[in-house]
Design a protein around this ligand. Structure first.
Ligand SMILES: [Zn+2]
Ligand SMILES: [Zn+2]
Length: 271
C-alpha cells in the first residue's frame, strides 16, 4: 500500500523549528514512500508585516539537495501552503504561477484581515455561528479568485479556535451552514480543486479530522474524488499521525483512492 504524507512543515515555516533532516529520517523510519514539504507562505496586508514567508529559491535549492540525497529511500516533493485571502491575490499570483511546485495547498488562516488564531474575529462576529458563516463565505470568495491551488486545506479549521470567546466552537452547525458548505464543495469539484483530510484535528483535541466526517461524506456524495492525506506536522514526531484511522474513515465513507501530486498533476493511489 502506497504511503505518503502530503502536508508537513519544516524550519522554513515561521512556526516550526524542525530540521529537514529529521523529517526525512522519520519518514524513512515510518516506511513512507513519499513526503511533501508544504511550508507556510502567508502574506500580510503590508509587505513589511510579512512573518510567514520564506525565500523560495533557497527552499527549492535545499529541497532538491535532499531529493538527491534520499533518492533511493524516499520521494521528496516540493509543496507550499498559501494562506489566502481575497484581497491578497496580486501578492500571491507570482508564487502560484511559479513552476517549482509539485503541490499547492490553499488555506484560510485569516478572515477579513484577521488571523483566526487571535480573538479579534470572535469579538467582531458576535456568535460562533456568525464566525463560522463568515469563515465559509471567505472560502467561497477565495475560490472565485484563486484557481491555481491543488487542494483546499483543513476546510473547517475555524473549529480549532475561538474558545476564549465562544464556547462550543469545536462544533459546526452543519444544518445551519448546509447550503454554504454545499456551494463550497460543488465549486471545488467544478474547478478540479481537491480537499485534504488533515489529521491535526485529532492531535489538537478538536474531536475529528479537518474537515469533519460529515463534510467528508458530503464531498463524496456530491461526486468529489480528489482527496489528499496530510498530518500538518510541525514536528517530525507528528508525521503521518493517525493516518490509519483517517484511511479507515475514508474507506467507510466509500472512498477507494487518495491522491498525491507531482508537478501539480494528480495521481490516484489505492487506500
Ligand atoms: Zn494551515
Ligand atoms: Zn499546515
Amino acid at each position: 500500500m502506497y504511503k505518503g504524507d502530503s502536508h508537513v512543515h519544516s524550519r522554513f515555516s515561521a512556526d516550526s523549528k524542525e530540521k529537514l533532516e529529521n523529517i526525512f529520517e522519520k519518514a524513512v523510519e515510518l516506511g513512507l514512500d513519499e513526503i511533501t514539504i508544504t511550508d507556510h507562505m502567508d502574506f500580510a496586508d503590508r509587505e513589511e508585516d510579512d512573518l510567514f514567508v520564506f525565500d523560495i529559491d533557497e527552499y527549492v535549492k535545499t529541497l532538491n539537495t535532499y531529493k538527491q540525497k534520499y533518492k533511493d529511500k524516499l520521494i521528496i516533493k516540493i509543496g507550499v501552503e498559501v494562506g489566502i485571502q481575497p484581497h491578497l491575490y496580486k501578492r500571491y499570483e507570482p508564487v502560484l504561477k511559479a513552476n517549482c511546485w509539485d503541490f499547492i495547498i490553499g488555506s484560510s488562516h485569516s478572515v477579513d484581515h484577521m488571523d483566526v488564531g487571535y480573538n479579534d474575529i470572535y469579538l467582531k462576529y458576535k456568535t460562533k455561528n456568525e464566525v463560522h458563516r463568515r469563515y465559509f463565505e471567505t472560502i467561497l470568495e477565495n475560490l472565485d479568485i484563486y484557481h491555481d491551488i491543488s487542494v483546499y486545506g483543513h476546510l473547517d479549521f475555524i473549529r480549532r479556535y475561538g474558545g476564549g470567546v465562544h464556547s462550543d466552537h469545536k462544533i459546526i452547525d452543519l444544518e445551519l451552514h448546509k447550503e454554504l458548505i454545499d456551494k463550497i464543495l460543488k465549486k471545488l469539484i467544478s474547478k478540479n480543486i481537491g480537499i485534504e483530510i488533515n489529521t491535526s484535528g485529532i492531535r489538537y483535541g478538536v474531536g475529528d479530522f479537518h474537515p469533519c466526517r460529515e463534510i467528508l461524506a458530503r464531498y463524496k456524495e456530491l461526486g468529489g474524488k480528489i482527496i489528499t492525506i496530510g498530518s500538518d506536522a510541525h514536528r517530525a514526531e507528528d508525521i503521518a499521525k493517525d493516518f490509519g484511522e483517517a484511511k479507515e474513515l475514508l474507506k467507510s465513507l466509500g472512498y477507494k483512492y487518495f491522491c498525491t501530486f507531482t508537478n501539480r498533476k494528480l495521481e490516484f493511489k489505492e487506500l
